[in-house]
Design a protein around this ligand. Structure first.
Ligand code: NAP
Length: 298
């Protein structure tokens, strides 16, 4: 069997078109241009690339974007101070703190300083808490997990009663995507580095979401025939045939997995473009919500 490819680029493009239209409508109705502030601390090359891509997306969709870059030795106070000043800036509707932060920075305290109504990454504990609670609605859903869900939805994958396995339990991907799957009535198993017989656990999955940060870790023999496989991983591996000497691969071994799975996301071109598209969607939603708040307070 050869899996159907889930085209993240095309699905993300559809989201981006809708966001661009929403930006025009909001500007016409209220004069407000959605604004995103990005905050990068230190010189992590991958983080700098992600931040640039997010700023570029803002420009392409008619949003305002401001990039802040603090040195790797910035203090906790400096980082929190900047986040707080962005929090009170009315031209900024979304604040994105690019993770990971340098080791000496208390990530939790920084994320707590982001006002919940500007938490377009959805990482504020109140947003995550609401995601975990029945009949509560977060203001924003974390972008990568929301993107994974949309890829499955757009591919027509049924959630109700499906066995879903999420490999990875990080705050930014594994845990929130598992919560989203539960909300959609899937039966969810969260696997991690202490899981016993991971292959057996994965082989029970109708929906398999992999976010381990381990290149080509999940192989075809660990996948149930016909399963939908979402590969969140982005890993650079040496490839002498490339000019750069490296290429990107996922956490799933695409070549063996595609022979067994029913649907699969490629890397690149799967989850990656969705993350940015969902960030743009959240930023537009934050700007719209700010106009509603303004109206209420007037
Ligand atoms: P992370 O914080 O390092 O978490 C990795 C998770 O994988 C942990 O829960 C860990 O388990 C689990 N794990 C590690 N080794 C394992 C093993 N041998 N067996 C089973 N589970 C194992 O990573 P992350 O931030 O979630 O990111 C995961 C991947 O997604 C990375 O490749 C990252 O680059 C990529 N990513 C992509 C996007 C995108 O937009 N496409 C966005 C974010 C992240 P423990 O908890 O037990 O340690």
């Amino acid at each position: 069997m050869t899996a159907q490819l889930i085209d993240g680029k095309a699905i993300a493009e559809k989201v981006r078109r809708q966001v661009a239209e929403g930006v025009v409508q909001l500007r016409m109705a209220t004069g407000i241009q959605p604004g995103l502030a990005t905050l990068l601390v230190g010189d992590n090359t991958a983080s700098a690339t992600y931040v640039r891509a997010k700023q570029k997306a803002c420009e392409e969709l008619g949003m305002h974007s401001v990039g802040h870059h603090l040195p790797a030795d910035a203090t906790q106070d400096q980082v929190e101070e900047l986040v707080r000043s962005l929090g009170s800036n009315p031209a900024i509707h979304g604040i994105l703190v690019q993770l990971p932060l340098p080791g000496h920075i208390n990530e939790e305290a920084v994320l707590n300083a982001v006002p919940i109504e500007k938490d377009v990454d959805g990482f504020h504990p109140v947003n995550i808490g609401r995601l975990a609670m029945k009949n509560r609605k977060p203001l924003f859903v974390p972008c990568t997990p929301a993107g994974c869900m949309m890829l499955l939805e757009e591919s027509g994958i049924p959630f109700k009663g499906a066995n879903a396995v999420v490999v990875g339990r990080s705050n930014i991907v594994g845990m929130p995507v598992a919560l989203l799957l539960v909300q959609r009535d899937a039966t969810v198993t969260i696997a991690h580095s202490r899981t016993r017989d991971l292959a057996d656990v994965c082989r029970r999955a109708d929906i398999l979401i992999v976010a381990t940060g381990k290149a080509q870790f999940i192989t075809g023999d660990m996948i149930k025939p016909g399963a939908a496989v979402i590969d969140v991983g982005i890993n650079s591996v040496p490839d002498p045939s490339k000019k750069s000497g490296a290429r990107l691969v996922g956490d799933v071994d695409f070549e063996s997995a595609k022979e067994v799975a029913g649907w699969i996301t490629p890397v690149p071109g799967g989850v990656g473009p969705m993350t940015i598209a969902m960030l743009m969607k959240n930023t537009l939603a934050a700007a719209k919500a700010s106009t509603d708040r303004k109206r209420i307070s007037e």
